[in-house]
Design a protein around this ligand. Structure first.
Ligand SMILES: [Zn+2]
Length: 105
């Protein structure tokens, strides 16, 4: 056995001693990231708005129609109501931007 193989095995065996620990660590990391970004943005006079991302990949930025069928594939978005067509990531970013504006009006 190579020396580093044993080290990796030891690390992986202690990586998650309790169920949900990884999720908790990730949540803490995300919390620290939000805290850091909020601090930096506010310090430079910028507005910070936390926006719920729920269903942003299935909602139309044009009309608001939300349905899983709007995602024709991983990369493309086609609204089944108004026929808006966009790259899926672009549409989701527009949905989140609109939600952010709505939160602070
Ligand atoms: Zn639509």
């Amino acid at each position: 056995m190579k020396p580093y193989s044993k080290s990796l095995a030891s690390v992986s065996s202690v990586a998650s001693p309790t169920p949900g620990l990884n999720k908790t660590i990730l949540a803490l990391t995300w919390g620290k990231t939000k805290e850091f970004l909020s601090y930096k943005f506010r310090r430079s006079g910028k507005l910070v708005v936390e926006v719920p991302a729920y269903c942003s990949s299935q909602a139309s930025a044009a009309c608001g129609h939300t349905h899983s069928d709007n995602r024709v594939c991983q990369s493309d978005f086609v609204c089944q109501s108004c026929d808006q067509r966009d790259p899926a990531d672009h549409n989701a970013a527009a949905v989140i931007a609109k939600r952010g504006v709505r939160c602070k009006v």
